[in-house]
Design a protein around this ligand. Structure first.
Ligand SMILES: Cc1cc2nc3c(=O)[nH]c(=O)nc-3n(C[C@H](O)[C@H](O)[C@H](O)COP(=O)(O)OP(=O)(O)OC[C@H]3O[C@@H](n4cnc5c(N)ncnc54)[C@H](O)[C@@H]3O)c2cc1C
Length: 601
């Protein structure tokens, strides 16, 4: 089987760079130790090897598809995969014991899911959505709702989904029109259409619990009038029976990637018999949903990084095996060709992939740790973790999805013509990856969130905390001769962020909000280079300490040296792009806020 991730990297990140054992001091995670964590990661790898990776290609070739009668047909292996994962706790594992979970840190749960994503990203979505939907019911629902739905979701029998998008309301959830009319207590009659609903009604689960945003009749306009409902396909009755709840799957979407992952069009209440159960208080639905969306944003970012990692592994293996051409200095045609990994241009493409994929995985794991701290710690650690997570969320979602695509394109490039064929998996990785910059908030929307909200929140406190945190790594790096230069570069990049912000904030202060936000995506890209550079510097510092403190066998030595080398590569080949972004952002003339659309002719 082709390698799709690197367990040594995961061990390095979990135990050395972002030590998971720092979480065990908190009551919530006190039942864990490093050995148990690693056993779980190894068992997740085994599960992925045995059940997920073998179907990666065939799920693409036999996509989920609509049967014309309200159901989506899925790959024959899907049901068993969901059940095996559920049995091992990979749907409900991060929930509290009292809610049927294993009280695992998101760092561990998310790392296991990284393995699933790298093995078969289409399958992992079904598990992740169920985990998120059940988490939402647990956080904001009633005890009855929890008891009715959550155990069935955790067992893999029922599928959880998030139903936000409507034909006219994608990025702009303000415009949703699905309606909810009070019947009694917290029971509402629902009518409306939702599109693009992942994991919608398919044949691998027997019931579907749609966590749905709708507007209660008479609710205020805008996001303040949106409420959250549980809308099952079959509603549980008091006697334990199930009644069809008038949620019809009207069709599906055939896609360029993630073809095994059902994407459905749902119609609620065509026969006036669809009941939704209010979660929490009326009109607070979007706030509640943000819990699931924020979790999903980290997960989508990590998924993009995971797919980029799988493409990198395939590319690396090919480059070690494919003989082609000779070194520039070799003039004798009778000499055998070298394998292509000898060529500098191939090495550039391999290191670019490694820098993007591993840097993004490191950031994903760091964000999951912040999530854990924000739940398990108290007072100042909690507050700091929450703020750091707020500012990092748009970046952890967007950098891997945008640069992961670039990385997977390079994986194809390293294979030459074979990369373009369906004989090799890299083209599928490339196709699968594209969705990550679209769902869970497009790159444009994440960028506006970063520049419009996150960098200015609490008078810039989240940004300042992040800059301080990066500064700590810079100080640590200065202790090593080989890293001091990168530390200096990163330090200058932090000043550049502050300087560019000062320039842009003039526009916001003058009320020119459109101008302030017009190049938000360029700003996010610029800031991402520093954030990923921070992760690379952290990895390089950790590796340098290890090399200094222990005499390691050659293979382990090469692993740590590889981290230092890739950090150097990142600072030489990737970081300079930040200056180009800054140059665009500092331009006085705006070229992207025009009103004369004839200029596009
Ligand atoms: C395969 C797939 C699975 C999905 N799964 C789910 C799911 O499970 N649940 C769910 O609810 N939804 C799901 N979605 C929907 C997804 O979240 C939306 O497609 C996404 O939010 C974008 O909305 P849209 O497609 O309507 O595009 P639009 O909102 O029309 O956006 C089109 C373009 O305009 C840009 N744009 C829009 N508004 C602005 C603005 N204010 N400023 C700057 N640029 C802007 C966007 O960035 C984008 O580039 C899924 C979509 C797909 C394709």
């Amino acid at each position: 089987m082709m390698r799709y991730t690197n367990l040594d990297l995961l061990k390095f990140l979990l135990f050395e760079v972002h030590p998971v054992n720092e979480l065990f001091q908190y009551e919530r995670f006190a039942h864990l130790n490093d050995e148990q964590v690693w056993m779980m990661i190894e068992s997740a790898k085994q599960l992925a090897d045995q059940t997920m990776a073998p179907h990666f290609k065939s799920m693409d070739e036999q996509p989920a598809h609509y049967d014309g009668h309200g159901n989506v047909r899925t790959h024959p292996a899907l049901k068993q995969i969901i059940q095996s994962a559920a049995e091992q706790g990979w749907i409900g594992g991060s929930a509290l014991f009292e809610h049927g979970g294993m009280q695992l840190p998101e760092m561990v749960f998310g790392t296991a899911h990284h393995i699933f994503q790298a093995a078969n990203n289409g399958v992992e979505g079904y598990l992740g959505l169920s985990a998120g939907a059940a988490g939402l019911i647990t956080s904001f629902g009633t005890i009855d709702q929890l008891e009715q739905y959550v155990p069935k979701i955790y067992s893999g029998e029922w599928q959880g989904t998030m139903a936000l998008t409507e034909p006219q309301a994608g990025s702009s959830l303000t415009d949703i029109t699905t309606s909810a009319k009070l019947i009694s207590d917290n029971t509402y009659a629902i009518r409306g259409q939702k599109i693009f609903i992942s994991g919608g009604q398919h044949e691998a689960c027997s019931n579907f619990v749609h966590l749905t945003l709708a507007r209660i009749e008479g609710a205020p306009a805008g996001v303040k009038g949106i409420s959250l409902f549980i809308i099952p396909k079959f509603r549980p009755e008091k006697d334990g029976s199930l009644t069809y709840n008038d949620v019809y799957c009207a069709g599906d979407f055939q896609k360029m990637g993630q073809r095994g992952y059902a994407t459905t069009h749902l119609s609620f209440g065509d026969n006036n018999n669809c009941i939704g159960y209010l979660v929490g208080e009326p009109h607070k639905g979007l706030n509640y949903m943000f819990q699931m969306m924020n979790g999903a944003r980290i997960s989508v970012g990590l998924c993009a990084a995971s797919v980029a990692m799988a493409a990198y592994q395939a590319s690396l293996q090919y480059c070690k095996e494919r003989p082609q051409g000779r070194m520039p200095s070799e003039k004798d045609p009778s000499k055998p060709p070298v394998t292509i990994i000898h060529h500098a241009d191939i090495q550039r493409m391999l290191f670019t992939q490694k820098a993007i994929a591993e840097g993004a995985i490191a950031l994903g794991i760091a964000c999951n740790k912040l999530y854990d701290l924000s739940h398990a710690a108290s007072d100042s650690v909690k507050e700091k973790s929450l703020l750091l997570l707020e500012i990092l969320t748009p970046i952890v979602k967007t950098y891997p999805s945008e640069h992961g695509s670039r990385s997977a394109a390079l994986a194809i490039q390293t294979l030459g013509g074979y990369g373009f064929t369906t004989d090799f998996p890299v083209q599928q990785h490339y196709r699968d990856l594209k969705i990550m910059s679209l769902y869970e908030g497009t790159t444009g929307i994440q960028s506006i969130d970063l520049l419009g909200r996150k960098v200015v929140m609490e008078k810039g406190k989240a940004l300042q905390l992040l800059l301080d945190e990066i500064q700590l790594t810079i100080e640590a790096a200065k202790q090593f001769d080989g890293l001091a230069g990168h530390a200096e570069v990163l330090s200058q990049e932090l000043s550049r962020i502050t300087w560019v912000l000062k320039h842009l904030q003039k526009f916001a202060a003058n009320g020119q909000l459109e101008r302030y936000l017009s190049d938000a995506s360029v700003f996010l890209e610029m800031m991402s280079y520093s954030v990923i550079g921070w992760q690379w510097l952290k990895m390089a510092v950790t590796a340098s300490l290890k090399l200094q403190s222990a005499h390691l066998p050659d293979n382990q030595k090469a692993f740590y040296e590889g981290k230092i080398h890739t950090a150097a590569f990142y600072f030489t080949y990737e970081m300079p792009h930040a200056a180009a972004c800054a140059s665009t952002l500092l331009a006085e003339e705006t070229l992207t806020s025009i009103s004369n659309f004839d200029l596009f002719n």
